[in-house]
Design a protein around this ligand. Structure first.
Ligand code: FES
Length: 159
């Protein structure tokens, strides 16, 4: 079984002209795979390596250098919810926000809700200090996530 669809393979190959080497496409390829599959399965590592003329170990090294990528045993939920716990957010309730979200979803940071819809992560500054406390919903900022907004936020993400 091939993990990489033809569409995904073509998207990875489309990066090649934009980078100085095939190896430099490793990181964007990992992002594409994780965005689609919600993890980077071992077989996908082999297939990325094959596409980029690398060894699977080289791709795996890049993948594991960053804490961002998930192995197939621990896939992401549909939404990755990052809760900032750096200084500006911490001063405005970021730690409590993280605890509240985890409690409501019955997970620890890094965990995924039982319905597979939301993975909660803590983040260091995500560049929205002026709207502290804030979160990232996949790639989108949500500012001023005060305690009264948590239920509504989670309800939206569960839909
Ligand atoms: S400290 Fe939370 S966004 Fe900067």
């Amino acid at each position: 079984m091939s993990y990489l669809s033809e569409d995904l393979r073509q998207k990875i190959l489309a990066y090649l002209p934009r980078y100085p080497s095939k190896q430099a496409v490793t990181l964007p390829a990992l992002h594409l795979v994780q965005d689609e599959l919600r993890c980077v399965p071992r077989q996908a590592i082999v297939e990325i390596a094959d596409l980029l003329d690398l060894s699977p170990a080289e791709v795996h090294d890049t993948m594991t250098f960053y804490g961002f990528f998930r192995e197939e045993e621990k896939p992401l939920g549909r939404t990755r919810l990052w809760v900032c716990r750096s200084l500006a957010c911490a001063l405005r309730g970021g730690e409590e926000l993280l605890s509240d979200v985890c409690q409501k979803l019955n997970v620890k940071p890094g965990g995924t809700s039982a319905d597979g819809k939301i993975t909660v992560e803590f983040a260091e500054c995500i560049g929205g200090c002026e709207g502290a406390p804030c979160v990232l919903i996949n790639d989108e900022h949500r500012m001023n996530v005060t305690p009264d907004k948590v239920e509504g936020l989670l309800a939206d993400l569960r839909q």
